[in-house]
Write a protein that binds this ligand. Sequence first.
Ligand SMILES: Cc1ncc(COP(=O)(O)O)c(C=O)c1O
Length: 195
Amino acid sequence: MSDLEQRLREEKNARLKLIVTDGVFSMDGDIAPLDKICELGDKYNALVFVDEAHATGFFGKTGRGTEEYHNIIGKVDIINSTLGKAMGGASGGYTTGPKELIDLLRQRGRPYLFSNSLPPPVVAAGIKAFDIVLNSNNLAERLRHNTKRFRDAMTKAGFTIGGSDHPICPVMLYEERLASVFADEMLGELQPHLY
Ligand SMILES: Cc1ncc(COP(=O)(O)O)c(C=O)c1O
């Protein structure tokens, strides 16, 4: 955060400043300190852009993502996310933000402009997935419950689980060779059940 502030200070006079971050980072489930990032955005007049691929639909109390987790809903200027993870595993994604930006993307976003549109069944599945998440909190609650159960039991069994509050639960072995042997032995455990 101090590095970010330093850079914002250096670019104080830039016409446009944009802070770009993941909401949650994929490898270790690290959660961006979005509340502090937005404070810096306000302080230095910078926009905040968040990729919510690892948060949309399940993270935060009702699955609304990292903004909700930090209790700052509405503070982030631009949110990008995918329909290809928690929202159903199909494909596609979206960007939300001020109308001017969306209009600009419709004109200048090359993959948007020059690629075929998402197939209607994918769009229908995406809409349905949003309906399910918005109408009930059961799935997010169950995931939270399962995450806690997994984290607690693994910790009790002597493993170190990285990250803190997120369903990405990295089992830290701290050594590449050991991780590789561990993965092979786990696959070995799985094989008999596959056939
Ligand atoms: C942070 C992040 N954003 C976006 C994506 C990609 O989403 P899509 O498959 O919809 O392009 C990924 C995929 O792994 C990701 O990790």
